[in-house]
Each structure stands twice: as C-alpha cells, then as structure tokens.
Design a protein around this ligand. Structure first.
Ligand SMILES: Nc1nc2c(c(=O)[nH]1)N[C@H]1C(S)=C(S)[C@@H](COP(=O)(O)OP(=O)(O)OC[C@H]3O[C@@H](n4cnc5c(=O)[nH]c(N)nc54)[C@H](O)[C@@H]3O)O[C@H]1N2
Ligand SMILES: Nc1nc2c(c(=O)[nH]1)N[C@H]1C(S)=C(S)[C@@H](COP(=O)(O)OP(=O)(O)OC[C@H]3O[C@@H](n4cnc5c(=O)[nH]c(N)nc54)[C@H](O)[C@@H]3O)O[C@H]1N2
Ligand code: SF4
Ligand SMILES: [Mo]
Length: 861
C-alpha cells in the first residue's frame, strides 16, 4: 500500500472513532471503508491497463457471478455481474476478495515446521522438498498401520470438485475420513433425504415466482446468497406469504407474514403437530400420498421393518412389500424392483390396520398418525415456548397454503442428536402436503434431469480398496456400528477427535487438512488441538497460517479460489434460476508465489502414490463432467454459463431416477414415510420427538446454575466461519465477536450494551461484546462463532483460538445422532460482565488494523 492511501485509511479509521468502543460494533464505520475495500490498498494508484474478467465467487454457497477488475496483473476490485441469476448482487465478502488475495498474511510458499507444534516457527522449502518429506511418510504409514489411519478433511462445500478429488485420492489409500464437516453440516441431512426422497431438496429448488407461501425454517439471512431475497421480494410483491421459524427475530422475520419464535431444539414438536393436524383432519394430498409415498406399506412389528412377501410365505420375495388393497379386499404387493403394483387398478389403504393371516398390521402412515397424535396444540405450545395461538396459526397457514408452499431451511436443526429424524419429518410434512414437484413447491432434483448436475454425478468410480472398506466399514470406522447411513463419506469429527486423543478404536497417524479449520469450527476446540498435536504427521493446505495449520508439519500454499479454473454451481438453499445454472469460475490473476490449485496438488499426491485417479488431470475431468452439455471446458469458458430447462412433475415423467422409471430415486421408488434405513441405523423408521440432552427441560439442575440456552453461529455479512478475521475491511465492520442478549437478561446480570461479557458453560468461558436486543428470548443468548485473532501469535493460544470462540466451551460428547453422527453447537450457559475487558492482545483500535493491509510487495517476496 502506498503512503497516501495508508494515511487516508488510518485517518478514516480514526474518524470513525466509535470503532474502538464496542458500542458501535463498527457499523458506522461501513462508509469510510467501502472505498478501501473496493480499491485494494496495494494497487489503488497503479496506472496501466485494466482488464475485466468474468468469474464467480466461492465465498459461500451462493456462488454469485462477479467480475474481477485487474490492473497490471493485480486484482484491485470485484463487482457483481448483472444479467445472471445473482442479478449483480454481491456481499461484503466478495468486496474483500482483493484484500485476501493480496494479504500480507498469505502463505505463498511450501513451509516446513522447525519449532515445536504451535510455536509458530517455519522455514520455506521447495515443492520437491515438501514431496520428499510427505510421500515416504504416507507410504510408511499405509504399510505399517493401514490406510484407515490416515485422516483427511475438506471443510464445508467450498468446492465440489475438491471434495470429489480428495475423496477419490484418500479412499483409494484406505482412509475412512476425518474431521469432515459433513457430519455437522448438510451432508448428514442430505443423506437422510437421499434415503427418504432421493435428493437433498429441503434446501433447494424453491420457486417463489409461483408460490403461495415460503417457509423459512431455521434459515439465516446472510447465509446462502443474497439474491434469494430478490426472489423472495418478488413473491411477497405478488401477495405470497412468508413464514419464518426462528428463535431470533431476524431480518427475514421482520419481513414475514408470520414469525414463529420457536424454542431452540424443539422444532420436531411443531413439525409433528402440523403432520398430526394434516392426517387427523384429512387435509393432506391423498393422491400424492397413495401414488408416490410408501404411506400404505404395511409394517411387520416383529422385524420392525416393512412387511414383505418373504415374511408371509416361504419362497416369497424380499423385494415385494405388502399393502392392503381396498379394491380386492386383500393383501397385495408393491414390487420395489419392477416398481409395479401386483394388481392393475391398485387401491392402497392409506390408514388403518388390517388382519393379515391373523395378525393386525398397521400401514406406515397409521404408525406415523399414532405417534403424531400426542402433538396437540397445547402440548406443542408447552414444548416449544410458543402460545397456543401461534401454534394454531402456524399449522393453519402451512396447511391452507398447500399444495403450493415452498420450503427452505438452514442448518441449525441438523445440530442435534435428533437431526436425522428432523430431516425425515420435514420431508414427510412436505410430501403429505403435496408440495413436491408442483408449481410453487419444491423441485426434487434441482438442475437435474439434467445436464447441469453432471459435475455432481461425475464422481470417479469406486476402487477395489474402497469397496472392500465399505463392505467392512466397522473394521475401519472410528465409530463402528454408528452413523452408518452416513457411510464413510466424510467421517465423523467427534469420533476422529476422540480417536486422536485416546487412540481408540485406533490411533490415527496422518492428518491432511484442506479448506478446513477444525480447531475453530468443531466443538471442544481444546480437545481437537490436543488431538492434532498427537498426530505422527500432518499436512495443511491453506491460504493462511490458521490455528490448525500451526500444528502441521508441512503447510502447502493454496491458490485462491479466484486464481484457478472451475465449473461452478450455486449449491443449495437456492431458488430456481440459480439451481439450474452452471457458471464459469476462472482466474483473475495467476496464483501468487508458489501457490497451487489444490486439485492439482491432489492429482500430484495421487500420482506419487500410484493411485489411478481415472482422469488424467482436472481439465480431463471438467470435459467429462460437461459432456451432457455438449461443450468442452474451453467452450464453456467462452459461453460463461449453462442454463438448464425447468420442469415440474419429474417423478411422473421418469426424470428423477437413473433407470428413467417414474418414481423417486429411493430403495422403494417412493417417498419413504417409514424409512427402513433410519429404522436400522437411527432413532426409528418414523420421526419422533427427543429433548436435547442439555436443555432447561432435560436438565433442570444444570439450568439452575447455567440458566440460558447458548445458541451460536447465526451467520453475518462479514465472516465465513473462521475466514476473514485477517481482513481489515471486515474487522472494521465487525471488529469483535458479538453476543446477543435480551435487555431483561442483560440487566439481571449487570451487563450493558457494548460491555465485554464472559459466557460460561461447564467447560469454561469465553469473551464477547454484548449487543442488547428484544429480538431474542430472555432465556436464550446468541454468540458469534468461529472467532480467532490473527493479530495474536501462534504461541499465544494458537492466535487466540480459545478466547472468544464458543466451540472452546461446547462439549462434543453430549450429542450424537446414531444415524449420521451430528453434533450440536449449543449449550447451557451463564453470563456476566468481564472483570478484565477484552481478551489480551487483540486489536481494539482501528489504527491497528493497518497491519492486515498489503504493501503491494508480498507476492514478490
Ligand atoms: N459454534 C459453531 N460452530 C460451527 C458452526 C456454528 O454454527 N456454530 N457451523 C458449523 C458448520 S455448518 C460448518 S460447515 C463448519 C465449517 O468448518 P470449516 O469448513 O472447517 O470452516 P472454516 O473454519 O471456515 O475453515 C476454512 C479454512 O480453509 C481455508 N481456506 C479458504 N479458502 C481456501 C482454499 O481455497 N483452499 C484451501 N486449501 N484452504 C482455504 C481458510 O483459510 C480456513 O483456514 O463450522 C461449523 N462450526
Ligand atoms: N456469511 C456467512 N454465510 C455462510 C456461512 C458463514 O459462516 N458466514 N456458513 C455457510 C454454512 S457452512 C452453512 S451450513 C450455512 C448455514 O445456513 P443457515 O443455517 O441458514 O445459517 P444461520 O445464519 O446460522 O441461520 C440459522 C438460523 O437458525 C436459527 N436457529 C438457531 N437454532 C434454531 C433452532 O433450534 N430452531 C430453529 N427453527 N431455528 C434455529 C438461528 O437463529 C438463525 O437465524 O451458511 C453458509 N453461509
Ligand atoms: S453471497 Fe456468497 S457467493 Fe455471493 S458474493 Fe457473498 S460470499 Fe460471494
Ligand atoms: Mo455448514
């Protein structure tokens, strides 16, 4: 950064004044710094040729289309690109891309640790030297301990291709996963939806253009691409309604027709109350339920599974499921292989129980109806902290607006030990209401019939090594017998953490971390850090020396997302136009220093370990993935995007299944109201309510000492999990972690707006700055998540990793969904004013932030 712009930056920071005090929380500071972000400091005054490069942002699942403005080979500004699904909208994180690309903190060369783990002492090495250290270690561990002792982690879905490549490469070594965030986020829910409806459609494919009602359930405002709000506004302008189910009065709640301020963790009660009312009043889509769900399938209480022909007759087929046919007055069968009924004009009974060879057999829907019956309005109100009127109104709004209601949710209902059941319950609610595959409802396979989904389907074939592991997963898994529905795809991080610290069921030997920050993002950060110190050998591929990178042996420099080529897909949470588009992400500039695309790094690793990746390199793979579009990658680059056609009723047209038969891509071919997989692996074949282990209801004694429910991680503009704490722009807008507290609760605890507050659980305490708001229940507080302080040294608690991050005080033992292994990010807590202000050593004045700015020279180091 040149002297003039640095001076004006510091002046602008000082002028904002209030920034140093928490009271302002930086929001007044927005204006002076917008200009700064827009023109990256290091090149603000560079003369010369300007290029505008078309690309996409990968800072969240939104994948907004952007242009990069490059001057003399240096990225100086990012802007939104109109005329695409994101309609030119971008958020502050995209504006900050130049600051990250050019950050002085960026790792630009391979580094080898020369001090103790966490001491922060590193030495620059060449790529060849790095491989000469890495490859023998891998070979030695595979030979001596087996590939299953190798852990790999790719963080949240930043890049689909990275994940596919990482999995291919590591599974072929025999690895079964690691701290994969999949077990905490989305993939767990996706797996449940895959088995119950065949596709993760709770997040996707909602079409506000036709809808009567948009239901946003546990879904944030700043989490999935802001252009969604343009579509929501269009829907509201047309007269559609918006229902927001969220304990906090979010910006979406403020715009809603109905805000349902549910008690955290009690969502299942309300879903079951809706289902109960639909079934008991007969106000559900009986035609859809009969034809396209397994509602009518009879149950075998002896096996706990569906009743099969083989249960009834020797030599009967396992593939034929019994139902009661009202036309013939007899038991008939649904063939799950041929996807056909055993009579020509089937009339399956949806509800009731039927005498089958002397034994009463309930239908699947009847079992659900019986279980949901207890969820009366009164009981639901008691359980959820809602009033009876709120419960009634929510039920009526949902039922009255269906069919033609669309649904979109976030992640928080996955953060529970009942997450698989909740995902299942949402699917059932939507299916019974007839809200799938119709105008205004949700599209089951977004972008899919479909050429655009090719990249997702373009996963390399499973090797013999992987097939062997999958067939004998309990011999290799870190949580044998559990989380089986989830498979080996990504590992369960709490199980990996325990394996690292206890050596049980085995001691992991190598850890490869890429695109992830487990110390910061996983619960019980201290245990994770202890575990990572225990590993024999570890490699971290990163942009920065993050807390987890500090514990590695080798750090490899990753190219930034806008320094590389990709086919990009808006991934989830999105309205229709985005869901049907693939767009180009291409480099604004060359990778700095010796940074490399991590897909290239993985192809390199694989080839050095003689692993056959199927495709020769990433371009070979891109071409394969794009085949259905008729374009090569270079043609796609030229075209810039690919848009699929949008169709409804895909289940009727045979567009949802690989065999092109009508139906859903599940084992029964139907939406599973009763799920055999969940029955085998989890909490039961139909959803049921379960109180979370730490709540004022389940542990009143604990609640005496720790009276508040601590929620964490509601997303904000500025940060993506642990990212951007090193961005002066972002830190100027949100300088400190914020805890939202109801004024009544604050006053009871002697806390005022802007105070540094200690939030304490049975595990310890952290510090955040108080923001008082009526928008949160007096029994709940909400903490920002994933804070660390890059301004602090590695030796200073791994850059302050445990000062303010709620994960430092959340137990990872309390919650474990048996089907998918999900954890939670909440706890009971108490609060009090910090006796000694902020954590030591963090930036508290705006002037200090200039240390995060580029001087324009780093990439020439
Ligand atoms: N308390 C609490 N904790 C939570 C949550 C919560 O709500 N509350 N949310 C959870 C959820 S949903 C998730 S998905 C997890 C997320 O957890 P993670 O995916 O582990 O997320 P990050 O903490 O952002 O880690 C990203 C790391 O990748 C690096 N990085 C960024 N871009 C690149 C790149 O292109 N290449 C490489 N190699 N590295 C890159 C960043 O510098 C950073 O160190 O966090 C979870 N943690
Ligand atoms: N800016 C930004 N964007 C992100 C991320 C980020 O870190 N920063 N992370 C990305 C990732 S990996 C993910 S998984 C998504 C998450 O996406 P979302 O889950 O949509 O994100 P949140 O903002 O956490 O919104 C969750 C909402 O659920 C509410 N909530 C909390 N507990 C409960 C509960 O028990 N029941 C109900 N009904 N509501 C509850 C919270 O108050 C909050 O408003 O965001 C993605 N996008
Ligand atoms: S909403 Fe997400 S994809 Fe869009 S600009 Fe912001 S970070 Fe990037
Ligand atoms: Mo996530």
């Amino acid at each position: 950064m040149n002297a003039v712009s640095r001076r004006s930056f510091v002046k602008a920071m000082a002028a904002s004044g209030a920034l140093a005090t928490a009271a302002a929380l930086g929001y007044e500071a927005w204006k002076p710094f917008t200009a700064l972000a827009a023109d990256d400091a290091g090149s603000a005054q560079t003369e010369g040729e300007t290029q505008v490069i078309r690309s996409a942002c990968r800072n969240c699942y939104g994948r907004c289309t952007i242009n990069g403005i490059v001057k003399n080979g240096r990225l100086v500004r990012v802007e939104g690109r109109p005329g695409t699904y994101s309609e030119g909208t971008i958020c502050s994180r995209a504006f900050a891309i130049p600051q990250l690309v050019n950050s002085p903190l960026r790792v630009r060369y391979p580094m080898k640790r020369v001090g103790e783990r966490g001491e922060g002492k590193w030495e620059r090495i060449t790529w060849d030297e790095a491989w000469d250290i890495i490859i023998p270690k891998f070979k030695e561990v595979i030979e001596q301990y087996g590939g299953h002792t190798i852990l790999a982690n790719n963080g949240t879905g930043r890049d689909q291709l990275n994940i596919s490549v990482l999995q291919k490469c590591f599974y072929d070594m025999g690895s079964v996963g690691g701290f994969g965030v999949g077990s905490i986020c989305k993939i767990a829910g996706d797996f449940v939806q895959k088995t119950t409806i065949g596709n993760p459609c709770q997040f996707t494919g909602w079409n506000p253009e036709d809808t009567n009602l948009i239901v946003m359930w546990a879904r944030g405002m700043f989490s999935w691409g802001y252009y969604d709000w343009i579509y929501i506004k269009k829907a509201l302008d047309r007269g559609a309604k918006l229902m927001v189910v969220d304990p906090r009065h979010t910006a979406a709640a403020a715009k809603s027709t109905m805000w349902v301020p549910i008690r955290p963790g009690s969502d299942m009660a309300l879903i079951l109350a809706i289902i109960n009312e639909m079934i008991s009043s007969g106000r559900f889509d009986k035609d859809f339920a009969t034809k396209w769900t397994n509602s009518s399938f009879l149950l075998n209480d002896q096996t706990g599974l569906l009743l099969r022909e083989s249960d009834l007759a020797d030599g009967g087929s396992k593939d034929k499921i019994a139902y009661w046919d009202e036309g013939t007055g007899s038991v008939q069968f649904w063939d799950t292989v041929d996807l056909a009924w055993s009579v020509d004009d089937p009339k399956p009974a949806l509800l009731g129980s039927y005498d089958v060879e002397g034994i009463e057999r309930r239908t699947s829907l009847q079992k659900l109806a019986d279980a949901a019956a207890e969820w009366t309005v009164e009981k639901t109100a008691e359980t959820t902290w809602l009033t009876t009127d709120q419960v009634k109104d929510a039920i009526e709004l949902y039922i009255e607006s269906s069919p033609g209601t669309c649904f979109t949710r976030g992640q928080k209902t996955d953060f529970s030990d009942n997450s698989s059941s909740v995902s299942h319950a949402f699917t059932i609610m939507m299916a019974l209401a007839g809200n799938y595959e119709i105008p205004g409802g949700n599209s089951v396979k977004p972008g899919t019939s479909t050429k655009g989904s090719a990249l997702f389907d373009a996963v390399p074939p499973k090797s013999a090594v992987r097939q062997e592991i999958e067939a004998n997963i309990d011999d290799y898994s870190m949580c044998p017998g559990k989380a089986q529905i989830y498979g080996i795809r990504d590992g369960v991080y709490s199980a990996a953490t325990h394996a690292l610290t206890t050596g049980k069921p085995f001691q992991p030997r190598i850890y490869w971390g890429m695109n992830c920050e487990p110390i910061i993002s996983c619960a019980d950060s201290l245990e994770v850090a202890e575990g990572l110190k225990n590993i024999d050998f570890s490699v971290n591929v990163n942009l920065l020396m993050s807390p987890s990178a500090e514990l590695a042996d080798i750090v490899l420099p990753a190219a930034h997302q806008n320094e590389i080529d990709r086919i990009e897909y808006p991934q989830s949470g999105h309205c229709w136009p985005a869901n049907h588009t693939a767009t180009i992400r291409q480099p604004f500039t060359e990778p700095q220093g010796e940074c490399r695309d991590e897909v290239d790094i993985l192809f390199d690793l694989a080839s050095r370990l003689d692993i056959d990746m199927t495709w020769k390199d990433k371009y070979d793979w891109f071409n394969f993935a794009l085949k259905a579009t008729g374009m090569t990658f270079e043609e796609f680059r030229e075209a810039g995007e690919f848009v699929d056609e949008i169709t409804y009723g895909k289940h009727e047209k045979g567009l949802l299944r690989k065999d092109m038969k009508p139906g859903f891509e599940t084992k029964t071919g139907k939406v599973n109201i009763f799920s055999e997989e969940l029955q085998r692996f989890g909490w039961g074949g139909i959803p049921g309510y379960r109180e979370q282990p730490q709540s004022p209801f389940s542990d009143p004694d604990l609640a005496q000492e720790y009276p508040y429910v601590m929620l964490t991680g509601g997303r904000n503009h500025q940060y993506f999990h642990s990212e951007y704490r090193e961005s002066a722009y972002m830190r100027s807008i949100r300088p400190f972690p914020v805890v939202e507290i109801n004024p009544e609760t604050a006053h009871e605890n002697g806390v005022e707006e802007g105070d540094w507050v200690c939030i304490e659980t049975t595990m310890g305490s952290i510090k955040q700055v108080a923001h008082l708001t009526e928008g949160i229940d007096a029994r709940v507080v909400h903490c920002d998540h994933d804070w660390w302080f890059p301004e602090k040294g590695a030796q200073d608690g791994l850059h302050g990793a445990f000062d303010s991050n709620p994960n430092a005080i959340i137990d990872n033992d309390k919650v474990f969904d048996p089907a998918v292994g999900t954890d939670n990010f909440s706890s009971m807590c108490r609060i009090y004013k910090s006796p000694d202000g902020p954590p030591e050593g963090i930036f508290t004045t705006p002037e200090e932030l200039s240390a995060f700015l580029s001087n324009g020279q780093e990439d020439q180091q």
